[in-house]
Design a protein around this ligand. Structure first.
Ligand code: SF4
Length: 359
């Protein structure tokens, strides 16, 4: 029994708790104490996760008194759609309101020609890291999301994908607002739920956690033998430039990060990729490309070059197509696997944090 044991005592419950913090084992213990049969807990759990019920009234195979009792003791803090922006290129950005009024965002990135439908989810409200090119980095970190709030984003965007493109999501990336490895416990629980047969039953190979680079947490992922992919938001291939745009690099230099990533690869054999936004005349020269090649020698890695989606007030410009092509060619000629991602949703607030930051 976990730390949720206190929930079993009716006398101690003063405010209603979100039922989705409970594991199935906790739920079973509570329902047994209420005199219910064990299978009822499984039914409730299925409603909460497989069927994503947003109220106890939806749980029609439970008796009315049980539904009533559940709603006396618990709530379901489902996220609520607040605003949706649709780009001409198919990208859909959604803003969600959390039960305490905070706003977060998720993005659906469809590539119908490849049958790839990816959701980019948030893991925190705001962010404590202050990457210079990022709109979220200008918001304070207000709190971590809980696993259910991350899970809900996937469920809601999956429905959006089905409604709009007739195709369910194929990939989940934790690349939205926040640093996932600073919301470690809830992020890992959300992956567990997404991949569980009791949840969405997704393959962990279709899930990528993206980090700005916190070496000790990358090592923890290795220790925990996770099965999902890892992306490092690299964006600069030498410490001087990286310190300039990503202050987290000051305590997590590239050497230290490479050690951690190598350990992650040796332990898990999971896929590692580098995300590399090119900024005109800052990190897009062939000298920068040569530095990047050096960071690709110790373990297999893919490089995703990303066209910058400018935000108001930032000192960066996006690289020209010509610079990006030269940069990518330089890497390919050295046998590095490279994908160039053109910026999506240019006609909407698609850069991370732009929509949630708006009135
Ligand atoms: S890029 Fe990611 S880690 Fe950096 S400030 Fe933005 S949300 Fe935070």
């Amino acid at each position: 029994m976990s730390g949720n044991r206190y929930l079993c005592s009716m006398a101690e419950v003063t405010t209603r708790q979100d039922i989705r913090v409970l594991s199935q084992a906790d739920l079973t213990t509570i329902l047994l104490e209420w005199g219910e049969k064990k299978f009822r807990a499984k039914q409730v759990y299925e409603w909460l996760w497989q069927k994503s019920a947003r109220s106890f009234d939806e749980m029609t195979n439970l008796s009315k008194p049980l539904r009533q009792k559940l709603s006396e003791y618990f709530v379901i803090n489902a996220i609520q759609e607040d605003k949706v922006q649709r780009s001409l290129d198919g990208t859909i950005k959604s803003r969600y309101r959390l039960h305490d009024g905070h706003l977060i965002e998720s993005v659906l990135i469809p590539v119908p020609s490849d049958r790839r439908f990816t959701v980019c989810v948030s893991s925190q409200v705001g962010c404590s890291l202050t990457c210079k090119f990022c709109a979220t980095g200008r918001m304070k970190r207000l709190r971590n999301l809980d696993a259910a709030e991350i899970y809900d984003q996937v469920v809601m965007v999956n429905q959006q994908s089905l409604d709009t493109f007739g195709h369910q999501l194929t990939n989940v990336v934790y690349m939205g607002m926040g640093e996932p490895l600073l919301a470690y416990k809830q992020v890992l629980r959300s992956v567990e739920l997404l991949t569980s047969p009791d949840g969405l039953n997704m393959s962990p190979r279709r899930i990528t956690i993206s980090t700005a680079g916190i070496a000790k947490m990358i090592k923890k992922l290795a220790d925990d033998k996770v099965r999902f992919n890892l992306a490092l938001s690299l964006h600069a291939a030498d410490d001087t430039k990286r310190n300039e745009i990503m202050p987290i690099n000051e305590q997590n230099s590239l050497d230290v990060l490479m050690d951690a990533l190598e350990e992650f690869y040796q332990t898990t054999r999971n896929r590692i990729s580098y995300e590399y936004i090119t900024f005109q005349d800052f990190n897009d020269s062939l000298e920068d490309a040569a530095n990047l090649v050096r960071l690709c020698q110790r373990f297999p890695v893919r490089v995703n070059i990303i066209e910058y989606n400018p935000i108001d007030g930032a000192d960066f410009r996006k690289s020209t197509e010509h610079r990006i092509d030269d940069f990518a060619r330089y890497l390919r000629e050295r046998d590095i696997m490279v994908t160039v991602r053109r910026s999506r949703g240019k006609d909407i607030d698609a850069a991370c944090g732009q929509l949630a930051n708006k009135d």
